[in-house]
Design a protein around this ligand. Structure first.
Ligand SMILES: [Zn+2]
Ligand SMILES: [Zn+2]
Length: 121
């Protein structure tokens, strides 16, 4: 249900916004939502956007649990686009391997203005 409301939203939602949407379905405690989100993030179905303190459904349908995702976040309209930064992933991997760092997850967040908003301005 948590995943449903996230993918319907088509954009990032905070845990509290999700809780608001699911109140009618019997979700009452924020902890329930947080637990569900933790699991979804673990499965790679949902990504956590630190800079927005929000969650977004993974836009790669069928890709279960890719460890790296990049997001271009528009500061104007709030549009979020997910993409795979393959070259960046390669160089991050090279660094972590040569430094003995066990990487579990990478989320890259790009902040700026999207194409549509730049056209209007
Ligand atoms: Zn993803
Ligand atoms: Zn925009």
């Amino acid at each position: 249900m948590v995943f449903g409301s996230l993918s319907e939203a088509g954009g990032p939602l905070t845990a509290y916004a999700i809780l608001d949407e699911l109140r009618d379905d019997g979700f009452r405690a924020p902890l329930q939502v947080y637990r569900a989100l933790d699991k979804l993030v673990e499965y790679g179905m949902v990504h956590r956007l630190e800079s927005l303190n929000a969650f977004v459904a993974c836009s790669h349908k069928g890709c279960s649990g890719h460890g790296t995702a990049a997001f271009a976040i528009c500061d104007k309209c709030g549009d979020v686009r997910e993409f795979m930064p393959d070259e960046v992933v390669q160089s991050l991997k090279a660094w972590t391997e040569s430094n003995g760092f066990a990487l579990s997850r990478t989320t890259i967040e790009l902040r700026g203005i999207c194409k549509n908003c730049r056209k209007v301005a």
